[in-house]
Design a protein around this ligand. Structure first.
Ligand SMILES: Cc1cc2nc3c(=O)[nH]c(=O)nc-3n(C[C@H](O)[C@H](O)[C@H](O)COP(=O)(O)OP(=O)(O)OC[C@H]3O[C@@H](n4cnc5c(N)ncnc54)[C@H](O)[C@@H]3O)c2cc1C
Length: 502
């Protein structure tokens, strides 16, 4: 560790926060790790100052110890295994003005600022001890400009609501497959959504943002003004140096055809299945999503059942022929005759897709998550997959293979790590006594495959427990330079790693 940093962290002046960054290679020579750490803050805000904030905010201000504080802290996190980290104050903002007043207060009182849109991040980087949490979930405006195929939305709006408003106008945007994920975190972390392999991930859909900066000023950022903010908003996730209060997104004409196929296999054919899937990557058309998910629960009772490997594909196309042709690729699997269930080319719609997304990760559960991207060949990768896909820690837990390649060239933006295949491990449980083991499980699975990883995907990040690259070296360096320029005093919280998990 850098000596100056170490001295700062061990300094007796614990109220002085110091951030540091270490750039270190990991797994791939082309990628580097961005790590941020902030020393623990102990805050005592005098009652007079507290009153001043309460008066300045039109929405609700909840100080630690207030009656509704714990409800608001819990509601800011989707999962039931709420972090044991306690912000000093939660501001439930109702307007840009609230956000500006809150940031100015935080700056003047040396509170770091965390931001919550939909609260679905798996490790909740916005919940940090001694900090201010600005919760944007009460701001719920969506304004659609149908002729120009664009819209403005507050970041706390859930993706499914935006599509519910767009679809009758013949438009669609990529959102998370789960209906209650906030559009803010989804697009700022990258975002793999509907037709993202064709249209681009969520970040590529951001045209402009309104941001409250470190001085508490509201600014607009687009390609022509404050464009550094736009560059960072497209993929920096929790490393972004501002509070985004409004996002302008590009929409697409709603494809007239949406068809899905599902094939289920037993684990006996696992190696044949994944060898086929890995070698198929170059042929998968961009308008088809292809995933393989392992699960081990009885869909009716939720009890343990033998592991099933489900190959699921969704095609969003202009014609039925195009969809059928794409879905026919699933028939090329060499073990297709062994499928225990087959649903081929079923017409579907977004409502059904969101319902199915919700069913995989329903509210009321405790969740753990980790992920990696890999370009490993079938020969390197497949021998390592049996344990990952079959050794599930609970009936509802699942492991996810997403066909991401052939990779598109991305525009210059903070989002900068991708590979042919995405692997995600998700533990799901309800008993708090299992928290430690269940939270560890996804990380252990990814560590087992780390030699084949080229880095991680920001949306499903677990930097708290797993150090890997989430940005390219170029993007890491540029992001850090921008943060130093636009937030020199470190008003905004950055990535949540073990050292910052207060
Ligand atoms: C059940 C479930 C299903 C999911 N499905 C998908 C999927 O299909 N595809 C996919 O790509 N991802 C998916 N995700 C991951 C999800 O996209 C990310 O966790 C995303 O960050 C969540 O966005 P949010 O707004 O709900 O979360 P939040 O937790 O509110 O935001 C995430 C982080 O982004 C930063 N941030 C949020 N809002 C702002 C803001 N206004 N200004 C500045 N910084 C901000 C904060 O640091 C915050 O901690 C899923 C997650 C869950 C829990």
């Amino acid at each position: 560790m850098d000596r100056t940093i170490a001295q700062n962290i061990s300094s007796k002046r614990r109220t002085v926060l110091k951030s540091f960054i270490a750039l270190a290679g990991c797994g791939s020579a082309e990628l580097s790790l961005v790590r941020y750490a902030e020393a623990k803050a102990t805050k005592t805000i005098p009652p007079k100052e507290k009153l001043a904030l309460n008066k300045a905010i039109q929405g609700t201000v909840l100080w630690r110890g207030d009656a509704d504080y714990e409800n608001a802290r819990g509601a800011a996190v989707y999962r039931e295994n709420k972090p044991k980290r306690f912000p000093e104050v939660i501001v439930l903002a109702e307007s840009d003005r609230d956000v500006m007043a809150a940031v100015r207060f935080a700056r003047d009182n040396h509170l770091k600022v965390g931001r919550r849109s939909g609260g679905h991040s798996w490790t909740s980087p916005h919940i940090r001890g001694g900090a201010m949490l600005i919760d944007l979930s009460r701001m719920q405006d969506v304004t659609i400009d149908a002729p120009n195929q664009t819209l403005w939305t507050n970041p706390g709006v859930v993706g499914s609501r935006i599509n519910a408003e767009l679809n009758p106008l013949g438009l669609i945007i990529p959102t998370a497959h789960h209906p209650t994920v906030g559009i803010g975190g989804f697009v700022m972390c990258g975002g793999f959504g509907w037709n993202s392999r064709l249209w681009g991930n969520g970040s590529e859909h951001i045209l402009a943002i309104d941001v409250v900066n470190a001085e508490g000023e509201l600014i607009r950022a687009d390609e022509t003004q404050n464009s550094d903010y736009l560059w960072a908003a497209r993929g920096a996730g929790s490393g972004f140096f501002g509070v985004v209060t409004r996002i302008q997104l590009r929409a697409h004409p709603l494809p007239p055809v949406m068809k899905a196929s599902v094939y289920t296999y037993t684990a006996d054919v696992l190696e044949d299945l994944f060898t086929w899937a890995r070698n198929l990557v170059p042929q998968v058309p961009p308008y088809m999503e292809l995933v393989i998910v392992s699960t081990a629960h009885d869909p009716k009772t939720g009890a343990w059942a033998p592991v099933r490997l489900t190959v699921a594909a969704l095609a969003l196309t202009d014609t039925e022929e195009q969809a059928d042709q794409a879905l026919a690729l699933l028939e090329t699997c060499p073990v297709v005759s062994k499928a225990t269930f087959r649903l081929v080319g079923k017409k579907t719609n977004l409502d059904e897709r969101y319902t199915s997304g919700y069913a995989a990760d329903p509210k009321g559960n405790r969740f753990g998550c980790d992920n990696m991207y890999t370009n490993a060949s079938a020969e390197e990768l497949v021998p390592k997959l049996r344990k990952l896909f079959t050794d599930l820690p609970s009936p509802r837990s699942h492991v996810f293979w997403l066909n991401w390649g052939p990779q598109r060239k991305w525009p210059d933006m903070a989002l900068s790590v991708q590979a042919d295949v995405f692997l995600g491990a998700y533990s799901i449980w309800t008993d708090p006594a299992q928290d430690e083991a269940m939270e560890k499980w996804p990380v252990e699975q990814m560590n087992h495959l780390s030699s084949l990883s080229v880095g991680g995907q920001m949306n499903d990040e677990n930097m708290l427990a797993h150090s890997q690259s989430y940005l390219s070296p170029h993007a890491s360096q540029r992001l850090e330079a921008l943060r130093a320029k636009y937030d020199p005093k470190g008003v905004f919280l950055s990535y949540l790693v073990a050292a910052t998990a207060v």
